[in-house]
Design a protein around this ligand. Sequence first.
Ligand SMILES: NC(=O)c1ccc[n+]([C@@H]2O[C@H](COP(=O)([O-])OP(=O)(O)OC[C@H]3O[C@@H](n4cnc5c(N)ncnc54)[C@H](O)[C@@H]3O)[C@@H](O)[C@H]2O)c1
Length: 373
Amino acid sequence: MKDKINIAIVGLGFGAEFIPIYQKHPNVNLKVICDASKEKLDEVGGLFKVDNRTDNYDEVLKDPDIDVIHLVTPIGEHAPMTIQALKAGKHVGATVPMATTVDECRQIVELVEETGLKYMMMETAVYTREFLYIKELFDKGELGDIQYIMASHPQDMDGWPDYWPGLPPMWYATHCMAPALGIMRSKAESVSCIGSGKIRDDLIAIHNSPFAIESAHVKFLNSNVYAHVHRNLFDTARQYKESLDVYGSKKSVEWPLIEGKPLVVHTAKMPEPEIPQETVCPDYAKLLPDEIAQYTTKSVYEGEQGHLSFTQGAGHGGSHPHLAHELVTAVLEDREPYPNAVESANITCVGILAHDSAMKGGETIQLPKWSLK
Ligand SMILES: NC(=O)c1ccc[n+]([C@@H]2O[C@H](COP(=O)([O-])OP(=O)(O)OC[C@H]3O[C@@H](n4cnc5c(N)ncnc54)[C@H](O)[C@@H]3O)[C@@H](O)[C@H]2O)c1
């Protein structure tokens, strides 16, 4: 087994957050960084002292030494660039969402099956310390039977790059769909979603998507459990939040209303005032190689420079080094990453189909069979 893999990072906005993590990871050689903008390439390459730079994705695809491509490009580019990478024989870690159509997700799943290459959607929300804590409680049996899950991701996207305005909220639902499904490693079987309220007319015109909030009920495969997931991107006053509330027969965990406050763990059959306990969840840096453990709590930047999503999302719960480590070890150990191609497709498609459902007045839509394998 090789003990080092060669990685390329493509897209250096949010993608730059991963450069020092790969530079320090003991099993990675960061082979090249790539961005279509020469200015961005030189700014980021200079900051992190990476000399191997290219503004041409084709060069990355053609480089026989590159094992893994980590894509952090704009939303519409994820699927086409993933398909190109898989066809070029590269393993792929791609930022969320996997794609914006069900058909693109199917193509990626089929290519992964044909080639045997790894695909991982780099979903921060299933590697946050909060998610890892709730998952640990569930795995140890402390929550009992899961009865219901709620997740939400309110965000105000005014002022973000030009591919965001008017985006249907559920096209970018992975930060709430993934943790809702991830606690029990469930698949979504069907979804019904309503749209509520209305955004500005100029925003509606872009994707013909009128709703301020999309609110979905998701049925889990082979289970009696549902999740309730809601999202907003425009014209709704709410602080950023990526929340996960998990209701169990023995214990439940609720997300705080205001970011930065502790989780609340409710324990059944206690005297009423003792049921809720504010709980600061532990950090999970202990799961990582020493060289990158610092990045669960520390930004890769010195000072104020970090990506806006990192500041808004409370550093994405320390997830970045966990994501990088999962991708690297899955490739080195020749095992499936979490989430793999089928799981990523299921997580992404349930959002895409939730928006379709909202546009059809809440009709229940089944997930495609190939996303349930
Ligand atoms: N928590 C999370 O998982 C999280 C957080 C932030 C962003 N994201 C995702 O990351 C992606 C990037 O976000 P961002 O805010 O950095 O976006 P951005 O638009 O600021 O940056 C994207 C970069 O990709 C480059 N690029 C575009 N097309 C390219 C191509 N064909 N080849 C090489 N480079 C190309 C652009 O020049 C730009 O520098 C988005 O799709 C977003 O969904 C995920």
